[in-house]
Structures are given as structure tokens and as C-alpha cells.
Design a binder for this molecule. Sequence first.
Ligand code: C5P
Length: 216
Amino acid sequence: MIKKKIKIAIDSPAAAGGGTIGKALSKYFNLLYLDTGKIYRYIAYLKKSSPRKSNLNFLKKKIKVLKLKELEKQSLSSNEIGTLASLIAKDKKIRQLVYNFQINCAYKFPKKFNGSCLDGRDITYKIIPDADFKFYITASLKVRTIRRYKELIKLGKKTTIADVRKSIKSRDYSDLNRRISPLKRTKDSILINTSNLTKKACFLKIKNIIEKEIKY
Ligand code: C5P
């Protein structure tokens, strides 16, 4: 049993493994998990499916009643929605819109959880700056491309390695260079390069770092 509630913040570029790790850690430590990219993807999806309706007011209402379950929908996983999400995520008003949802997950999680774990691009310095554990998870472009390609094929999406590489590259550029909330590694984040690590090895590495610090 964890005595103190913990908050884990993870930032990572697209397809580096941040989500996989976040999910596995949350299951192991019984934390509320939020893949924050999914909220931007959800907004991108709304904008794409009902472009005329999806003004700020409409989106605000949708986010207010948003349930975590809704973010698990497969329709949010496509490359196209990822690219659109990355464009939308540059908008200050959109980021403000999803700020409270993230804060609620990070700080006001239900009592049954031992804490929270969020992954995204600005979690370590904007959403949970006081996190107990901060990680910056990365991997080479080549490894990320292959991983994402396999994921998409498994989901039945039609794509090519070249397309996936191009879309990850352009998202990297946009996420790293945007003016508001760019992806960056904070000084107090532990760097984990997953290029040569299996999912299990990566999980064990981070789990051990956390377990060393928390008291049982
Ligand atoms: O993590 P994922 O690839 O699903 O995120 C989709 C897009 O949402 C990212 O490319 C990024 O532009 C945006 N995002 C963000 N801030 C976050 C999480 C995701 O800007 N905290």
C-alpha cells in the first residue's frame, strides 16, 4: 500500500511510449490515468465531424460532460486526427478549455485511487508542476515510426511507413516549436530513452525508480 498519494507527470513526443508506460504504471500503482493527448484528439474529432457546430461554446459544453470512457474510442487513434489535434493544440483558447479537465484528474481524483498519472506535452511544467515524479520519455524517430505504424495496422487503419514518419515528424516540429506550451524536458524530469527497451523493461525501470522513493 502506498501511504501518501502520488502524482506522476509524463511528457513525451508522439509514439515514444509515454501512454503505454503511463497506463501500465497507473494499473500497477492504482492511479487515475489520463492520456491528455486524447482530449485534443477528441476536440479534433468534434471539429472534423461537425465543423459548423464546433465553436468554443459547443466545445466547452462537450468537455464539461466528457467522461474518460469516451476518450477510449478507436476513432480518436488515426493519424489524421493526431495531425489535426496537433494544429488545434496551438490555440490558447483550446488549451484553456481543457485545462480544468486535466487539473481535476490530476488533483481531484476519486478517493479509491492512490494518486494520478497524466501524460502529454506540458504536464511536467504546466499541469502538474508539483508532481512527485516527472519523466521525459523519448525514442528515435525510426523506432517511433515503426511502433506507430504497427499500432495503426493493428487497428485496421490503412497507412504506410512513409506517411507515418512524415506525420510524426511534422507533429514533432509543431509540438516542439509552438509558442504556447511546447513539448520540452524540464530540468527535474528523469530522461528515459525507450529506443532499445522493451515495454516490460521500460515499465520495470520506471517502477523501480518510483518504488525506491515511496514508503510502504
Ligand atoms: O499524445 P498524442 O499524440 O495523442 O497527442 C495528440 C496531439 O495533441 C499532440 O501532437 C500535441 O500537439 C497535442 N497535445 C498537447 N498537449 C498535451 C497532449 C497532447 O498539445 N498535453
